[in-house]
Design a protein around this ligand. Structure first.
Ligand code: NIG
Ligand code: FE
Length: 421
C-alpha cells in the first residue's frame, strides 16, 4: 500500500552521504508544511507539501494528516543485547543494596548469570521472547536494531541465539542486524583460560557463524577481567578474515585499549568510551570510527559519571546513540529515554541526539546509504511523533511520544487514536 503523510513538520536529516561530525551534528533538515510519499518500501518523494502533492500517484495513497506533528526517520538502535533467558532481578536487588556491577559479576552474577538462563532456554523460547521484544522496540519508534549474541558463550548456545535472531528477522517488521559477541565474558568452564576460550571461538564457532551468514559483525568486550586487548585483536581479526565487520565494547569500566584497537581495525564503531582519553579520540577520528555512546547503562548502573559526549563531538568523532538494551546494565529499549539522558547528562544538544540516534547510528551499522534520513529513494522507515516541537522529544522523558511507525513503507504501529481520544 502507498502511504502519504501530510501537514508534517519534517526532520529530514538530508545531506551528504556520510556520518555527521562536529557542527554537522546540529543540522536536522527541518521543513515546515512538509509531506512524505511512500511507495513499495521506499520514499518516493519528500519535502514541501506543494512539491510532493504534485506527484499524481500521491493522491492514490492512504493519507495520514500529521496535523503539524514531527515526522522523522525511524530510530536506529546500533547496540543491543536482546537475546537472553531471564531478566536479572536478583542482581538488581543486590545493586539496590549497595553492591557494584563488578562485585556482583565477581560473585557469579552478572553476565554469567544470564549465560545460565540463556543456555537453559530452547531456540524456540529465545525466538518467542525476542519476537515479543521486537514489538516493544517498534512501538517506541525504533525500526532497525543491531542485536548481539553473547549470553551463550559456548558453540551451541551462541549459534542458538544467532539462529533465534534469524527466525525473528524473518517474522517481525523490525530489522535486525546480527552481531556475534562471542568474546563477551569468559564462561565458567574456561575460568582462568580466556586465551583457550578465544581459540575455541575462532576454531569452532566463527566458521559456522560465517558460513551460515548468521552475523554481519563481530564484537568483543575489551576490559580488565574480561578480554585483553591482544585477545580481542585475535578474535576480531579472525572475524575480519571471515568477512565480518568489527565493533568493540571499549573503555567502559576502565581504560583498556579498546578504542585504539577499534581504530587499528577500522571498526564500524567503538562503544561506551567512558574512559577514552584525547589520544583515543584522535585515533578514532583519524580512522573514521563512530563513537556509539550508551548512557542508559551509566544511568541504570547508578554511575555518577557519563561518557564525555561534548569532548567526543568537539574532537571531531561522529557520535551515535544506542540503548545497549540488555538484562544487566540497561533493561530499557526506548531510545527516546536515551536521547533525553544524552541531553541532560552528557551535554548533547537535542539536535545532536537526534542525528546520533538516526543517521549516525545507521552509518555505524553500514546502513547510512539506505537508512537514517528522509530522502527520496531511501527505505521508508518513518515515524510520526505526538509532539509539534522536536525539542519535546528530549524534554518529556520516560514516556513514549511515538504515534505512528512505518517500516519499509508499511504501517506497523498506530498509537495515534487511543492516546489522542
Ligand atoms: O554493554 N559491557 C558488556 N556488556 C553489556 C552488559 C551486559 C550485562 O551486564 O549483561 C554492556 O553494558
Ligand atoms: Fe553492550
Amino acid at each position: 500500500m502507498k502511504h502519504l503523510i501530510t501537514n508534517a513538520v519534517l526532520l529530514t536529516l538530508g545531506g551528504p552521504d556520510e556520518p555527521r561530525r562536529g557542527e554537522q551534528m546540529r543540522s536536522l533538515g527541518l521543513i515546515r508544511d512538509g509531506a512524505i510519499f511512500m511507495e513499495e518500501g521506499r520514499i518516493r518523494a519528500v519535502g514541501l507539501s506543494d512539491l510532493v502533492l504534485r506527484d499524481p500517484d500521491a493522491k492514490k495513497a492512504r493519507i495520514h494528516d500529521a496535523d503539524g506533528r514531527i515526522v522523522m526517520p525511524g530510530f536506529v538502535d546500533c547496540h543491543t543485547h536482546p537475546v537472553f533467558g531471564e531478566p536479572r532481578l536478583e542482581d538488581f536487588g543486590l545493586r539496590t543494596s549497595g553492591k557494584s556491577y563488578q562485585e556482583i559479576a565477581a560473585a557469579g552474577g552478572g553476565i554469567v548469570s544470564s549465560v545460565r538462563s540463556t543456555r537453559g532456554a530452547t531456540e524456540s523460547q529465545l525466538t518467542e521472547r525476542l519476537l515479543e521484544q521486537t514489538y516493544r522496540f517498534l512501538e517506541c519508534g525504533t525500526t532497525t536494531v543491531e542485536a548481539k549474541s553473547g549470553y551463550g558463550l559456548d558453540k551451541d548456545s551462541e549459534l542458538k541465539a544467532l539462529r533465534a535472531m534469524r527466525h525473528v528477522a524473518a517474522g517481525s517488521p523490525l530489522e535486525l542486524v546480527p552481531t556475534f559477541l562471542g568474546a563477551h565474558a569468559v564462561p565458567p568452564e574456561y575460568r582462568g583460560r580466556s586465551g583457550e576460550y578465544v581459540d575455541m571461538l575462532i576454531k569452532d564457532v566463527l566458521p559456522v557463524v560465517a558460513s551460515e551468514g548468521l552475523a554481519r559483525f563481530v564484537d568483543a568486550f575489551c576490559e580488565n577481567g574480561f578480554f585483553s586487548r591482544l585477545e580481542c585483536r585475535r578474535f576480531l581479526q579472525a572475524g575480519v578474515e571471515a568477512g565480518l565487520g568489527v565493533r568493540i565494547h571499549a573503555e567502559q569500566l576502565t581504560r583498556s585499549g579498546g578504542a585504539a584497537l577499534a581504530a587499528e581495525l577500522k571498526a564500524a564503531s567503538a562503544d561506551h568510551l567512558d574512559h577514552a582519553d584525547e589520544t583515543d579520540l584522535a585515533k578514532l577520528r583519524e580512522a573514521g570510527v563512530i563513537a556509539a555512546l550508551v548512557p542508559g547503562s551509566n544511568h541504570f548502573l547508578g554511575h555518577r559519571d557519563f561518557p564525555d559526549a561534548r569532548k567526543i563531538i568537539d574532537a571531531g568523532v561522529p557520535v551515535a546513540l544506542a540503548t545497549d538494551f540488555n538484562p544487566g546494565s540497561c533493561p530499557c529499549w526506548n531510545l527516546q529515554e536515551v536521547i533525553s539522558i544524552a541531553c541532560t547528562r552528557m551535554g548533547m544538544t537535542v539536535e545532536e541526539a537526534i542525528v546520533a540516534s538516526t543517521l549516525n547510528a545507521a552509518h555505524a551499522l553500514g546502513l547510512g546509504k539506505t537508512h537514517g534520513s528522509l530522502e527520496a529513494g531511501k527505505q521508508a522507515d518513518v515515524i510520526v511523533l505526538s509532539c509539534r516541537d522536536y525539542r519535546e522529544l528530549a524534554y518529556w522523558f520516560g514516556v513514549n511520544q511515538v504515534d505512528l511507525v512505518f517500516k519499509k513503507g508499511g504501517l506497523v504501529h498506530d498509537a495515534s487514536g487511543p492516546r489522542r481520544a
